[in-house]
Design a protein around this ligand. Structure first.
Ligand SMILES: [Zn+2]
Ligand SMILES: [Zn+2]
Ligand SMILES: [Zn+2]
Length: 143
């Protein structure tokens, strides 16, 4: 979603785009990697906490960012697509990678058959080491 279409989508939802809010949107759109709400307050001291949370919530609804949890439970946000995908989180450097392949549907169908539970959504986060951190680890072990 481009910045301009995001602005229109926010206006359609009667979200008032004041100067600080526009700055907040621009900051979120610039992020190429994951970020926390705290990082946003720190960067934009003139934007209130409530505004940061409300904006992040709207952006989540619009599908322009996704929310995930680090292995310690810290919530982080990330620019994303509304298409179905999951995340691989590096527990060493915090890098997040998306993956779209998701084979859980047949498992959920079996679960529904066995328990009667009807799943409406699921969340999968995979924790581990990214390629770079694995290579670094191997190097450190050799030293
Ligand atoms: Zn995502
Ligand atoms: Zn890593
Ligand atoms: Zn999935």
């Amino acid at each position: 979603m481009s910045f301009q279409s995001l602005v229109s989508a926010m206006e359609e939802r009667r979200y008032k785009l004041t100067g600080p809010r526009l700055k907040l949107l621009a900051t979120v759109m610039e992020r190429g990697h994951s970020f926390t709400a705290e990082e946003l307050y720190a960067e934009l001291p003139d934007v209130g906490r409530a505004t940061v949370f409300r904006t992040l919530k709207l952006l989540l609804e619009l599908g322009s960012i996704c929310k995930l949890n680090m292995d310690d439970g810290t919530p982080v946000y990330r620019r994303g697509t509304s298409a179905h995908h999951h995340h691989m989180v590096c527990t060493s450097c915090g890098r997040v990678q998306d993956f779209a392949r998701c084979d859980i549907d047949s498992m959920l169908r079996r679960l529904a058959g066995a328990t009667g539970f009807k799943a409406s959504a699921h969340r999968i986060e995979v924790y581990g080491l990214c390629r770079t951190c694995q290579a670094r680890k191997v190097k450190e072990e050799k030293l």
